[in-house]
Design a protein around this ligand. Structure first.
Ligand code: SF4
Length: 245
């Protein structure tokens, strides 16, 4: 049984949520430019990219190709680049930084300590993210409130980082359920990562992502060897959490 069969169940108010999401994307394209969509090529992100293309919005999409993604994710990246009307940009880590880190700490450094895991995320994700977002007024993410307790209060438009980096974060699926996401994918024939059919709800780097079992928490498959409180890569961590993580 695939992810669509397992999960596609629209909320009673799905059509209203979809209309709200579409209005927000159209408004963002008009008001918050320049802006880009950050895509991990996970289920939420392929929905947003599909909407950007459907609405013919001038919003580029970017993917952080960390050098540690699954082959299935790389294949979806190629297909997305070929099919997307919106440009799909790929940002990679600085090769020398990766080579030096791996030579010094080994391929499996992320399992040895949270500090080493965060150092790896810093090199492979955060530095390329800063390059991707340089000069942007806003960015679009696939964060949803339902994803974890740390994301339970994600707003549709988040101004919290404006004072720090001048950027607004737009979360057009903040109110969507997992069932809504898969309902949209099914109803619109959206191409998605086949890892979702193998019980990977959250798509990340291969060494740090595993399948989950029925009943496990949505993000249980990410950095599963760490405490729940430390489980963000830094892309969406708030300052108050950074000091304690
Ligand atoms: S998720 Fe894992 S492999 Fe990817 S950058 Fe972070 S520590 Fe490194």
């Amino acid at each position: 049984m695939g992810a669509i069969d397992l999960h596609a169940r629209a909320s009673a108010d799905f059509e209203a949520k979809l209309a709200e999401t579409q209005r927000l994307l159209v408004r963002a394209a008009a008001e918050f430019t320049p802006l880009k969509q950050a895509s991990s090529l996970g289920a939420e992100d392929v929905v947003i990219t599909h909407l950007i293309n459907l609405l013919a919005l001038d919003i580029p999409v970017f993917v952080l190709e960390t050098g540690a993604l699954h082959p299935q994710t790389l294949a979806l990246l190629e297909r997305t680049q070929a099919s997307s009307r919106a440009p799909v940009e790929v940002y990679r880590p600085a090769p020398e930084a990766v080579v030096q880190f791996v030579a010094r700490e080994g391929q499996d450094a992320m399992y040895r300590s949270i500090a080493l895991r965060k150092a790896c995320c810093g090199i492979r994700k955060l530095e390329p993210l800063e390059r991707a977002l340089a000069g942007q007024k806003a960015w679009i993410t696939g964060l949803r409130r339902e994803q974890s307790s740390a994301r339970a209060e994600v707003p549709l438009v988040d101004h919290e980082d404006v004072a720090k980096n001048g950027r607004i974060k737009i979360n057009p699926l903040a109110n969507w359920t997992w069932g809504d996401v898969w309902h949209y994918i099914q109803a619109n024939g959206v191409d998605y990562n086949p890892l979702h059919d193998a019980f990977f709800p959250s798509i990340g780097c291969a060494p740090c992502t595993r399948a989950i079992s029925l009943g496990e928490d949505f993000r249980a498959g990410r950095w599963w060897w760490e405490d729940e409180a430390a489980k963000e890569c830094g892309l969406h961590v708030k300052d108050t959490e950074k000091t304690t993580a």
